[in-house]
Design a protein around this ligand. Structure first.
Ligand code: DI6
Ligand code: FE
Length: 425
């Protein structure tokens, strides 16, 4: 219950895309938001604001009739790593495939080597501006996976960096352990022994408070369904939810396997089949589409979007930011690509980066919509209609960002507008 004597903040003059289900965009033309203690206490048409609440609101702000959406949620990123892979980009342009590079020891392995050679402070320094680039476009919740350390020590280091970003920045960070991302060199030829080791160190990471969920890469260049199952059994024994990089390069029936563990999400899904779709629908597992990786790897096979839609599987969109397959830092660009490349509607794309993305992180009850009781995370945009968020690209129409009830605009725009007219040479 709200302490009736506590101060409330009223945000008015908002055209709200609440993203609540049931109507297009959850639209409220002349809306208001009441915030208390980091949470939304009331959301609705301004004229319906209860007088008792209005009387208590001692601070008032106008949002200038801007379109206001929930803070964006990027539900799939590999933000913490050393080095980059621009050279592999050149090799791929010259004809090498992602798989050929990976099998020749490049790919994820080269980022593992670079990550292990980067100390914690430098990993943090590299990841910080990446997080801030996402935040400058209205991201207020971000999932960060490990998976480039691949030893107890190096995985912990990457997860600590992720946790620290969540402490230092006005950003909700969810940390996902992706030890089953690739086979580290010291376990070459011994994948089962590596999975044993990764399962054995997971409780320690959990004890240190570094893990919110467990992910795996189930594919023919990565881990088998059986190895994935062992990782998931360990997660389940620790009470952790799971998610899966499933059916990205081939169909391993990973989605059905993950759905059997009530996975929060299955991600990529270019090779997903009907049985996988039905299993995801039955389990309430979110399909996370990653148009950045689809684009950057020049994939031609689309995930089965019409069938996912028809089965009622919630669809989310994320950056998959990583140095190999998706080195992009714009969730807004992903909305555009989800529409142009994958034929989502602009509304589906925005739901995919708010309501459904929150659900893919197990945060459906607290984030991703503008609704009383949820986090007071919202963004005011310099657009006439929310469909424009998927329309413009290379433009950041973000005008104001409020996260946990606190206006973080100055912090976030200081990053993008370091050069003001006063400071230009
Ligand atoms: N699928 C991906 O697209 C990323 N990881 C994964 O399992 C790629 C990671 C990389 O190439 O470094
Ligand atoms: Fe990924």
């Amino acid at each position: 219950m709200t302490d009736p004597s506590a101060a409330l903040t009223l945000w008015r003059d908002a055209r709200l895309a609440t993203m609540q289900p049931g109507s297009a965009w959850g639209w409220i033309e002349d809306g208001a938001l009441l915030v208390h203690d980091g949470l939304l206490r009331w959301v609705g048409p301004a004229r319906e604001l209860p007088a008792a609440w209005a009387a208590q609101a001692i601070t008032e702000h106008s949002l200038g009739n801007a379109v206001v959406t929930p803070g964006l949620v990027d539900c799939h990123s590999h933000l913490v790593y050393g080095g980059h892979r621009a050279h592999e980009f050149e090799l791929r342009l010259a004809g090498a495939s992602y798989e050929q590079i990976a099998r020749a020891g490049g790919g994820i392995q080269s980022t593992v080597a670079a990550t292990r050679n980067t100390d914690e402070a430098a990993l943090y320094a590299a990841a910080l501006p990446r997080a801030r680039a996402l935040m400058a476009e209205g991201v207020t919740t971000l999932e960060i996976k490990s998976g480039y350390g691949l030893s107890a020590e190096h995985e912990a280091r990457c997860l600590r960096v992720a946790r620290r970003l969540g402490c230092d920045l006005p950003l909700t960070v969810r940390c996902t352990s992706l030890a089953a991302h690739a086979l580290p060199p010291e376990f070459a030829g011994r994948p089962d022994a590596y999975i044993d080791a990764a399962c054995a160190w997971l409780p320690g990471l959990v004890e240190q408070g570094l893990v919110d969920a467990v992910d795996a890469f189930c594919d023919h260049i990565a881990f088998t369904p059986d190895q994935t199952r062992r990782m998931f059994d360990t997660a389940r024994a620790l009470g952790l939810p799971v998610k899966l990089h499933a059916e990205q390069l081939s169909n391993q029936h990973g989605a059905a396997l993950a759905a059997g563990y009530q996975a929060l999400s299955c991600d990529h899904l270019e090779h997903l089949d009907d049985a996988g779709i039905q299993a995801m629908a039955a389990a309430g597992t979110v399909a996370v589409l990653l148009p950045g990786a689809f684009y950057f790897l020049r994939e031609t096979r689309l995930p089965p979007i019409a069938a996912l839609r028809e089965a009622g599987v919630p669809i989310a969109i994320a950056t998959d930011h990583n140095p190999g397959s998706s080195p992009g830092l714009s969730l807004l660009l992903m909305l555009n690509m989800a529409c142009t490349l994958m034929r989502l509607t602009p509304e589906e794309a925005l739901r995919g980066a708010t309501q459904h993305a929150a659900r893919a992180l197990g945060l459906g009850a607290s984030h991703g919509q503008l609704e009383a009781g949820l986090a007071a995370d919202f963004v005011a945009w310099d657009v006439d209609h929310p469909r424009e968020l998927a329309y413009w690209f290379g433009r950041n129409p973000c005008r104001r960002i409020v996260r946990a009830g606190v206006d973080t605009t100055a912090f976030n725009t200081a990053f993008t507008t370091a050069f003001t007219p006063d400071t230009l040479p």
